[in-house]
Design a protein around this ligand. Structure first.
Ligand code: ATP
Length: 361
């Protein structure tokens, strides 16, 4: 396990008069990794996150960041030393995007010119066009606002980023983009990120480690995502990760040794010709457009998802199951047809992987 950056030692939080929101939490959060807190609503994820930067004070127990007890640090300075991103971007509406990003460096005494220059660089880092810097937050889409929120959190180059459901208010496509962008950024920046979500898919995509919380602020399981999907610690975790967990788990296995078979192909203009078997319809650049069925005159049938070499077993199985011919279309890096794969061979590979794992344990 990586060196610890944040430690919870028997931390409890009891708001006035209620059950504990967080109950005796002890855990160690690795440096330079993404740790995800996941669980149903009200299980104490946000409370746990906010105790790290003292937006919430624990009732008992100790939290240390980089070896230092946070309760001994001045709260305002502590907060500024960590990036914080939340669900609504929390941007100041009457300030431009650039000024929003520059806020914390300005509070830390950085000159306006330097802070703005850095803010402009950060726009690029989070994938936004520089022209957006002059706009006001309300002139951006939800996804763009969240990117600005991430840029603002990164502005003072903090070692720790706290993210509270930052992508949950955007649509699934944008959400997927933001997740991939965060993973890309993290490969370069290697921050210690604590990320709260109630979505198990998001948790398993992003987390190096995932902490599953149960209601009452109890840690139900804390492990690598593949382990949580493969071996839930108890019934609560099993039901929380859901019925699809077996399928999701396939996302952790590369389908490297899957067999790729040749397939009959036709070019789009030949579509009217009679086919004896399913054929992949190609464009002039050998990229798949869809299928021609073994009948006459049905035209182009939309294809299923594509499998790229190096993709996971989950994608391999999906390519086969979503294909009208039952054969998954395989493409190489530049999108050209490489061949097809078969569902039964994906299943055989899944079996093989399972036996391999059993042998290893
Ligand atoms: N300021 C507060 N005062 C009193 N009770 C609170 C306060 N904040 C949170 N709680 C209670 O503490 C418990 C944990 O809340 P918390 O927001 O940490 O959960 P969560 O897992 O982040 O939930 P969600 O996913 O719904 O945001 C809940 O029962 C909540 O009602």
């Amino acid at each position: 396990m990586a060196e610890a950056m944040i430690e919870f030692q028997s931390v409890t939080k009891q708001y006035q008069g209620g059950q504990p929101a967080v109950d005796g939490l002890s855990m160690s959060i690795g440096k330079g990794a993404i740790t995800v807190f996941v669980g149903p609503s009200g299980c104490g994820k946000t409370t746990s996150l906010r105790m790290i930067n003292r937006m919430v004070e624990p009732t008992s127990g100790t939290i240390t960041v980089d070896g230092r007890d946070v309760s001994k640090e001045p709260a305002a300075r502590l907060r500024r030393s960590m990036g914080y991103v939340m669900q609504s971007s929390g941007l100041m509406p009457h300030r431009s995007v650039l000024d929003n990003i520059a806020t914390v460096p300005r509070l830390n005494g950085v000159s306006k010119g330097v802070a703005r220059k850095r803010a402009a660089e950060l726009l690029d880092v989070v994938g936004l066009a520089s022209a957006l810097g002059k706009r006001y937050p309300s002139q951006l889409s939800g996804g763009q606002q969240q990117r600005v929120g991430v840029a603002r959190a990164l502005a003072a180059d903090p070692p720790v980023l706290l993210m509270d459901e930052p992508f949950s208010a955007v649509d699934p496509v944008v959400r997927d983009e933001l997740q991939q962008e965060l993973l890309r950024l993290q490969r370069e920046l290697a921050k210690t990120i604590v990320f709260v979500t109630h979505d198990i898919d998001e948790a398993t995509v992003l987390g190096d480690k995932v902490a599953v919380f149960a209601v009452g602020g109890k840690l139900a399981q804390y492990a690598a995502p593949e382990e949580i999907l493969r071996a839930p610690a108890n019934d609560f975790v099993a039901s929380f990760v859901g019925r699809d967990r077996g399928f999701r788990h396939l996302a952790f296995n590369a389908a490297e040794s899957i067999r790729v078979h040749p397939v009959k192909t036709v070019e789009a203009p030949e579509l009217a010709a009679e086919n004896r078997e399913w054929a992949v319809v190609l464009d002039a650049g050998s990229r798949p457009l869809g299928w021609a069925s073994p009948r006459d005159g049905t035209g182009l049938i939309p294809g299923g998802s594509l499998f790229r070499r190096g993709d996971t077993l989950r994608r391999a199985l999906d390519a086969a199951l979503s294909s009208p011919s039952g054969l998954g279309v395989v493409v190489d890096d530049d999108g050209k047809l490489a061949g097809v794969l078969k569902a039964e061979e994906v299943l055989a590979l899944i079996e093989e992987t399972r036996h391999y794992r059993e042998d290893a344990t």
